[in-house]
Design a protein around this ligand. Structure first.
Ligand SMILES: *Cc1c(COP(=O)(O)O)cnc(C)c1O
Length: 503
């Protein structure tokens, strides 16, 4: 056996060990120990009647250490921002400061019950009110709802507000305009709210083309949904003008606020003409993100939309205490049970207060600086399709690597071997073969340099040994998946062997 074979043998051993952990069950093993029974034993059927399960299914039987190792091990199989840089553009995968977690775990907050009376919920209500006020100040809007559970859910809520407002004016209108650089959730939202989606072309600078906008806005247009800075990372410099064109025809400006990490403390959407917008607390305001966990997508709006906000709304009652107001006849109703993801509200408020106005402004500046540092260092190594200055994220393309048969997805897979989470692949769609990179303010110069070095090394590999890149990742537990099979026949959970094999 040569050295390479020996190394490979050990690696195989690890993966077998880890693979087999799913089948460690053997009859009679237990991960618990109970004291001897000191009450009369009763039959489950006697106690539960029909609800007693006859067949307990094939639950794995494992010892305590086996189950601990199982979960501890799989917790290391995922990449996380606590692991390293996570430059997933458009998603703002920033560090979640631990002070947020400490605050969210305070017993009075963590164990507050949504049905507990207002009288003993004054602290929780105050948090909702304070966060609302802070976000209104940051966005320059007049009112807000904290109910939506994610960005896309915020979009739905925001466009429902637009629809309710226009309906109250006598005509909900027919169309929503959406630039070709938009996030896929924007057209989906408009369609779900019953609007036809009309595509709006960008100009050569990657911004909304004002002439096309003027030509397309008429009395059938309910709103324009615009991300600013847009998904190219470009600030829409004519945003004032865009708002004017829309307002002149009675249409509204919806701002997708997912990219607020480039604006907080610098400019306010309310001041540049947006009528309604969502925020992603799990992006800009550092609450945890992804993994199916709870998000939060508050929607802030101007006065004209306020009467339509979801109920209940936190108000100060005549006796000076806080309470919920359900009596809002024009409200679109609830969009989520209770008051939204309260734990996320607590974390976002902790983040805002820990930073303060100066800290938030600094965060924005650092996020933009980090992204521009990467842009400068990788310009020329990777193609930069739009030369317009960018904010908190930068979009390259694979045009220089394509002649070697290497696409953005291959480079992203190779980046995994270097210990980084991939950037966003093939988005925005206006850039063919896009590499969308957003480092966030969380990264130090050292980690940015490591990332840049990795990206340069990969570009060299593309020239010298493209097969390394094409077959990546090499250092992971499993290498390339059959992406079609993974999408069509995903294996999402463990099944007992007999069930999995159909025997
Ligand atoms: C993330 C994102 C959304 C959707 O937000 P979710 O919280 O994932 O639903 C919408 N628009 C843009 C530009 C985004 O980056």
């Amino acid at each position: 056996m040569n050295l390479n074979e020996k190394i490979r043998k050990a690696t195989t051993h690890i993966s077998q060990n880890e693979g087999l952990i799913f089948e460690k069950s053997s009859p009679g093993k237990k991960a618990y120990k109970l004291p001897p029974l000191d009450v009369p034993e009763v039959d489950a059927a006697q106690l539960l009647g029909k609800q007693a399960r006859e067949d307990l299914g094939q639950m794995p039987e494992v010892s305590e250490i086996e189950i601990i190792r199982h979960y501890t091990r799989i917790s290391t199989w995922n990449y996380a921002v606590d692991h390293g840089m996570y430059p997933l553009g458009s998603c703002t995968m920033k560090y979640n400061p631990r002070v947020n977690e400490a605050v969210a775990r305070l017993t009075g907050l963590a164990e507050a019950h949504p049905y507990q009376p207002e009288r003993i919920s004054q602290g929780a209500l105050r948090i909702l009110k304070m966060l609302s006020e802070q976000l209104i100040e940051i966005t320059g809007m007049d009112a807000i709802t904290l109910q939506p559970a994610a960005g896309a859910h915020g979009e739905l809520t925001g466009i429902l507000l637009v629809r309710a407002y226009l309906e109250s004016q006598g005509n909900p209108r027919k169309k929503v305009l959406i630039p070709d650089s938009a996030h896929g959730t924007n057209p989906a939202t408009a369609a779900i709210c019953g609007y036809a989606v009309e595509n709006l072309k960008s100009n050569a600078a990657g911004m909304v083309d004002i002439a096309s906008l003027v030509a397309q806005v008429n009395e059938d247009v309910a709103a324009l949904m615009l991300t600013n800075p847009n998904t190219l990372g470009v600030f829409e410099q004519e945003i004032h003008k865009i708002a004017e064109v829309l307002h002149a025809k009675g249409a509204l400006l919806y701002m997708d606020g997912a990219n607020m990490n480039a604006l907080v403390g610098k400019v306010r959407p309310g001041d540049f003409g947006a009528d309604v917008m969502h925020l992603n607390l799990h992006k800009t305001f550092s609450t945890p993100h992804g993994g199916g966990g709870p998000g939060s997508g508050p929607v802030a709006c101007k006065k004209i939309l306020e009467p339509f906000l979801p109920t209940p709304v936190v108000v100060t009652k005549p006796d000076g205490t806080l309470g919920f107001d359900y009596n809002r006849p024009q409200s679109i109703g609830r969009v989520r049970m209770f008051y939204g993801n309260f734990g996320m509200h607590v974390r976002a408020l902790a983040y805002i207060m820990a930073n303060g106005p100066d800290g938030l402004r600094q965060t924005t500046e650092d996020a933009v600086l980090n992204s521009n540092y990467i842009r400068k260092k990788l310009e020329g190594v990777y193609d930069l399709p739009y030369k317009t200055p960018t904010m908190h994220e930068v979009v390259f393309s694979d045009r220089l690597q394509a002649p070697k048969g290497i696409k953005t997805g291959d480079i992203a897979k190779r980046l995994i071997d270097y210990g980084f989470h991939p950037y966003t692949v093939s988005f925005p769609l206006v850039v063919h073969g896009a590499l969308m990179i957003e480092p966030t303010e969380s990264e130090s110069k050292e980690s940015l340099d490591l990332f840049i070095e990795a990206m340069k090394d990969i570009a060299e590999e593309v020239e010298e040994h493209p097969e390394i890149v094409l077959e990546a990742p090499h250092n992971t537990r499993i290498s390339r998946l059959d992406e079609t099979m993974a999408a069509r026949k995903p294996i999402l959970r463990w099944k007992p062997q007999s069930e999995a094999t159909g025997k």
